[in-house]
Design a protein around this ligand. Sequence first.
Ligand SMILES: Cc1cc2nc3c(=O)[nH]c(=O)nc-3n(C[C@H](O)[C@H](O)[C@H](O)COP(=O)(O)OP(=O)(O)OC[C@H]3O[C@@H](n4cnc5c(N)ncnc54)[C@H](O)[C@@H]3O)c2cc1C
Length: 383
Amino acid sequence: MDFSLSKPQKEIQKAAWEFAKGEFDKELIIEWSKEQRFPETLIKKSGELGFIGIHYPEDIDGGGMGLVENVLVGEAFCRKDSTLGAALMFTGYASECILRFADKNLKTKFLPDLMNGQLISTGAFSEPGQGGDISQIRTNAVKKGDAWQINGKKALVPFGGMAGLYVVLCSTDPNTAPTHGMSLILVEAGREGASVHHLPEKLGGRLMPFADITFDQVTVPESHLIGTQGNGYQHAQSFFTENRIQIAGLALGTAQGAFDRALDYVRQREQFGKKLAQFQVTRHKLASMAAKIEAARYLTYFAAWSFDNKKLEPRFASMAKMTAARTAVEVADEAIQLLGGYGYMTEYEVEHFYRDAKQAEIFQGPPSVQKDIIADALIGKLK
Ligand SMILES: Cc1cc2nc3c(=O)[nH]c(=O)nc-3n(C[C@H](O)[C@H](O)[C@H](O)COP(=O)(O)OP(=O)(O)OC[C@H]3O[C@@H](n4cnc5c(N)ncnc54)[C@H](O)[C@@H]3O)c2cc1C
C-alpha cells in the first residue's frame, strides 16, 4: 500500500497552487462576488494552462491524466479561494457526459473549446418539481424528422444563461419505465425557444450564476443525442458518481483553506496575555479540524484513484462527497469561531468559505441521498 502522490501529481498540485496564488486576488474576488461578475479571462488562462481538461484525453486537447489530478487541481484552487476555485472548476461541468458517452463527432466538435476555456458547459438535470429524484423528470424530447424537439423546464442550472452548451436530461420514451425512457441531449446556447430566468441571489457560490431554463419547442439535430437513446438515466447516474468525487475535491480545498486562515490567525492573535494558539481549547479544535480534513482527503483520493483504475464502487463516491462536504461546513464554521468577530467580516475570507461550503452538501444530492446509496450497497437485496 502506497499513499504518496507520484512526482507528476505533486508537480500538478504545485502548478495549480502557484497559478491560484498568482491569479486569485483577494480584493478582486470580493469585488467580483459583490457584483456577481465572473472573470472570463481567468477561464481562458486556466484552460490554456491545461487545468480545466486535465482529466481528458490528449487527442481532444486534454491533459491525458485522470480524476486524481482533477481533484488535486480543484482542491488547490478552492484552498486559495472557495468561490473562484469552484467556479473555475465548474466551467466544464457535465462535459464528462460528452467524453464518456457521446460519439466522436460531438466530442471533436465541442470538447476542445471546453478544454481551452473558450466555452462553458453545464448540465440541466433538476426540475422545479424533481431534484434528488430525477427518475420523475418531465422535460421531454420528441423525434420530429431528423431532429429532437424539447419541451420542459430545468431548475438551478449553474452558469445558466452563460454556458455555451447544455447537457439536458429528457424523457424520450414515455411508454417505458422512467429509468429506461430517458436520454441526454446536447443543446447549444441561443437555440430558438430556450429562455433563461436568472436566479440572482444565493448564499454562496457567487461567481457561478444560476438560472432556470425553459425549453419551448427547442429543436436540435438528432445527432445531438449523447450516448444511447433510453440510457440517459444510467448515463446521468454514472456522471453523478464521477462528479461527486470532483465535488469532494472542491469541498476538501474549501475546508483546508478555511483551516489555513484559522491557523495563521490563532498563531498571531493574543488575548488574556497569551496567543490564542496556546489555549488548550484552541489546540484541540485545530487537532479535530485537521483530523477531519485528513480523513476526508484520503477518502476522496481513494475514490478518485478507484475511478481511474476502474475499481470504483459508487458508494465510495457518495462517502467521499458526504464526508468532505460536511467537513467543509464544520471546519469553516470553527474557523469563523476562531477568528471571532473578524471571522464574521468579509475581509477575513472565512465568511465566504463558510457560505460556499454549504453548496457541496446540496449539489449532486443531499446527504440523505448519499446515505441511501451507501446503505443500498451495504444491505443489498433483501429476500
Ligand atoms: C450549488 C448547486 C449546484 C447545482 N447544480 C446543478 C446542476 O448542475 N444541474 C442540475 O440539474 N441541478 C443542479 N442543482 C440542483 C441540485 O441538484 C438539487 O438542488 C439537489 O439535487 C436537491 O434537489 P432539490 O433541491 O429538489 O431538493 P429535494 O430533492 O426536494 O430535497 C430537499 C431535501 O429533502 C431531503 N430529502 C430529499 N430526498 C430525500 C430522501 N430520499 N430521504 C430523506 N430525505 C430526503 C433532504 O434533506 C433534501 O435536502 C444544484 C444545486 C446547488 C445548490
